[in-house]
Write a protein that binds this ligand. Sequence first.
Ligand SMILES: Cc1cc2nc3c(=O)[nH]c(=O)nc-3n(C[C@H](O)[C@H](O)[C@H](O)COP(=O)(O)OP(=O)(O)OC[C@H]3O[C@@H](n4cnc5c(N)ncnc54)[C@H](O)[C@@H]3O)c2cc1C
Length: 583
Amino acid sequence: MSSSENTDSFEAEVVVVGAGLSGLVAAAEAYNAGRSVLILDQEPEASLGGQAHWSFGGIFLVDSPEQRHLGVKDSAELALSDWLGSAAFDRVEDHWPREWARAYVAFAAGEKRAWLHSLGVRFFPLVQWAERGGYDAQGHCNSVPRFHVVWGTGPGILQPFLAKLAEGVDAGMVRYAFRHRATALLTAGPGTDAAGTGAAGAAGPHALPQSVEGTTDSVIGLSGDVLEPSDAVRGAPSSRTVVGTFTVRARAVIVTTGGIGGNHELVRRQWPGGKAPGYLLTGVPASVDGEFQFVVAKAGGSLINTDRMWHYPEGIHNFEPVWPNHGIRILSGPSPLWLDATGKRLPVPLFPGFDSQGALRHIVATGYTHSWFILNRTIINKEFALSGSEQNPDLTGKDLKLLAKRVLPGSIGPVQGFLDRGIDFLQAGTAAQLAAKMNALTGADLIDGEALHDLIAARDLQVRCGLGKDTQLNAIRSARRFATDKLMRVVPPHEMLAPEHGPLIAVRLSVLTRKSLGGIQTDLRSRVLAADGAPIAGLFAAGEAAGFGGGGVHGSRALEGTFLGGCLFSGRSAGRAAAAEVG
Ligand SMILES: Cc1cc2nc3c(=O)[nH]c(=O)nc-3n(C[C@H](O)[C@H](O)[C@H](O)COP(=O)(O)OP(=O)(O)OC[C@H]3O[C@@H](n4cnc5c(N)ncnc54)[C@H](O)[C@@H]3O)c2cc1C
């Protein structure tokens, strides 16, 4: 690196923009292939690893030993059928996303687990069932449980790649540059070689080619701002004060800048149909700003499926926020009643954990910004989990003693903190008292206490009769046929109003922003494609910025655990392809 008058300039064979999981995987692959790598990130080193550090570490695997041990009969054929049923690809631009989907499912059913295992990644043996569905055989969701939680959660999946890159730093082949925010791609037109020695780069050894907007010429580097040093803790917003500029000359640029979930303005602008809820919680750090995707578009890269997003309706306010409006997602078992803001049950099959997008759409269409889970102490004890590494200290810390407590009655770990201190959690002895508290919380008399009591009592009558017509109760009974659910996720159906299961609990749920399903269009080698379908030389994209591959590998809906996996698969592909192109 050279530096003068607050201008840094770097050279590397491969530059990776964004030090989240996809960037780290891509960088590790390029280093493995013998390339010198520069990794840029706008955040301080404290936030290394991006969103993956915060993640629950759920990974989509197909026909794994863990599944087989639990008696689950999975196959690549079934997984692909589930994927395509959920994705519902229906656009011309879905060509590459569909190709990515096929390749990714084959990876998840093939070498993915063995590859991760060889890197030291291990899994919690009790596979979880995310997105249970409730539609027909060709509809959305998983037919079987596939959500494998990494032992060590998010930090556990980052660890091998960080270790590999630390080795590269020691070898002088890998460098990190934190507080470096990329703002432009440098391109060179025909007649310019990959090192940028043509007309655009002819003014001297460190002179750089000009940035050219709106072309599909070769990418030969990038430029940006150096931000002032920051002591912001992991995930907290950091200052955007610019103290200098930088340029990088590279033979390949890999864009791994993440999605848009931290940028509410963009989320609202791209919301399908334009009618985003009036109030949103934020489920990702503020660094997930989506800005760099537009830089790629300016350089000719094609952005597709930007209206496809994966936000959650089950968000609660974090009582210890790290980033502004910090929300946490409840991962609920199937027993709570899910009511809209006016106290009506959501339609079948929108039970907790069945079809989060379906529930989201339904709730948003009511015109209110919240909905409710109604449950009791028995249900919360067993069925409430929270997404995020910090909310699961047993799995994150690989603490077997703490983990054993999960199956003990009455021990609900971090959920207790929300019950005690979370503004969304209400408790009462009767439905009428609960309704009064719900109305007080929202400041509107939308919940009728008598109607709430009748609704729960009618459900309880169904429990008492043993058989019954209530689809949710039948779904609960069906879930308990699977060992993990029976052991740690689903309580036996019981009368919710029975005092021994009380108190009653209401949890106000708000919409929580999280993932982008669309993004930069790429081919199977992670090469960024222009609108005419031609690859842009020297430019690659992976992870959430690339819609986890192709510009939208999930189509309209995801099966869960597919995001970290998408970062692994597309990051690996980008790192390998960039290294090969450089060679
Ligand atoms: C709480 C939580 C739980 C989750 N749980 C799961 C789960 O269990 N399973 C699952 O599959 N997925 C899960 N996810 C989603 C998954 O973690 C993310 O989709 C994934 O980690 C995204 O990785 P990425 O590398 O694409 O982007 P990011 O992690 O967002 O990294 C992008 C990086 O790029 C940097 N950057 C952005 N713009 C610039 C720029 N212009 N210049 C320089 N740097 C820039 C950012 O600072 C950031 O460090 C979870 C996410 C969260 C937040």
